[in-house]
Design a protein around this ligand. Structure first.
Ligand code: PLP
Length: 387
């Protein structure tokens, strides 16, 4: 199925809603049945029939079809946040006494899910440096049920060799889950590489406008049916039809937004890499990136995130640089239209991070949809303030 068809037509039964080009927002909690037999037959089939919007809603269903096809997966679910999707994926595949192997420095709330939340229910986790396959081999225990990957992560961009991990997991009958938010399903074909469950913060590139918080989960029909019947219906972290509609609208422009961001980021990275006030740039497609070859092998694009270590004598120096930027908003998250910075020196009061991984002169940049020339001029004037 071609991408243009998926984004513009798949799942859109226009003759059912007045031939409108844009689908309706079916803002209902409930669906009625004309007779007892139809209701009786609907109950065992809630994933496919419209009974109640916590399970299935027609607007959300359009989105589910599109994102499953986009990832090359059999089915998909949409959640009210990326964290809800991540939690559902992991919780569906562990019981008390089970063990999870997860890469170090994943998204913060993934770390807390495994090490603070699920540990209360008898699930243990080993956090490993996922850049080496030997570390996975060493960490697997007889009780390991899940390997959780995040390749690349969203600050230092450490990668895992996805195909090698999948091979190992399949030999040991372990479920593989990957947080693919950094690349999106277009930029890294995780399901094709054999991953069991792909999860996303759809808040990032999929939403793309910094106005929706949402999560996606894609996998086999069997896996999705299992998660639907338990974690989705029971914990109920569902998306509203209105937010699902916004995400359908965002999908139409996903490839062109990604192309623009990719081109602008390459331009800005090139400028920063040669800047005399820069110590180092961390960006998977840069020649200097330690896992550059692997990045080129398994990633089709690199996105708008990169991290810069600037030359600075103290924290005040870094703060002056960051506070001087006018075209970059200082904020968490990424993937929207607006360029952002996230300085590591803002983490100093946090007790949930190992600050050794985040030196004070490290700044994460995200390049949005603005003109890269404007962004480069802004960075240059901020560097001049600390010269
Ligand atoms: C890599 C990654 N995964 C997951 C999440 C969580 O997504 P959400 O904020 O949509 O719950 C984030 C959010 O920042 C993230 O950066």
């Amino acid at each position: 199925m071609d991408l243009s068809y998926i984004l513009n037509h798949l799942g859109e039964e226009r003759d059912q809603y007045f031939d409108a080009v844009s689908p309706p927002i079916i803002q209902t909690s409930n669906f009625y049945f004309k007779d007892v037999e139809s209701l009786r037959n609907a109950f065992p089939n809630e994933r496919d029939i419209h009974v109640y919007t916590r399970g299935n809603n027609p607007t959300v269903e359009i989105l589910r079809k599109k994102i499953a096809a986009l990832a090359g997966a059999e089915d998909a679910l949409v959640f009210s946040s990326g964290v809800a999707a991540i939690s559902a994926a992991v919780m569906a595949n562990v019981h008390a006494g089970d063990h999870v192997v997860c890469v170090k420095k994943p998204y913060g709330w993934t770390d807390k899910l495994l090490n603070k939340f699920l540990s209360r229910y008898g699930v243990t986790a080993t956090m490993i440096d996922g850049t080496k396959i030997e570390n996975f081999i060493a960490a697997i225990q007889p009780s390991t049920r899940v390997i959780f990957l995040e390749s690349p992560n969203s600050f230092t961009f450490d990668l895992q060799d996805i195909k090698a991990v999948v091979k190992l997991a399949k030999e040991k009958n372990i479920v593989t889950i990957i947080d693919n938010s950094y690349c999106t399903s277009l930029g890294q074909r995780c399901i094709d590489m054999g991953i069991d469950i792909e999860v996303h913060s759809a808040t990032k590139y999929f939403g793309g406008h910094s106005d929706v918080v949402a999560g996606y989960l894609m996998g086999s029909k069997k896996m999705v049916a299992k998660i639907f019947a338990s974690e989705l219906l029971n914990i109920g972290g569902i998306i509203s039809p209105n937010d699902a509609w916004l995400l359908i609208r965002s999908l139409r422009t996903l490839p062109i937004r990604l192309e623009r961001i990719q081109a602008s980021t390459a331009t800005v990275v090139k400028f920063i890499e040669q800047h005399p006030q820069v110590e180092r740039v961390i960006f998977p497609f840069s020649d200097s990136f330690p896992q550059h070859a692997l990045a080129k092998e398994q990633m089709l694009w690199c996105g708008g995130l990169f991290t810069v270590i600037i030359k600075a004598t103290d924290v005040a120096h870094v703060e002056t640089f960051c506070n001087s930027l006018k075209r970059f908003l200082m904020a968490v998250s990424w993937g929207g239209h607006e360029s952002l910075i996230m300085p590591a020196c803002s983490f100093m009061n946090r007790d949930d991070l190992d600050l050794a991984d985040y030196p004070y002169n490290m700044i994460r940049f995200y390049i949005g949809l603005e003109d890269p020339k404007v962004l480069i001029e802004d960075i240059e004037q901020a560097f001049q303030k600390i010269r």
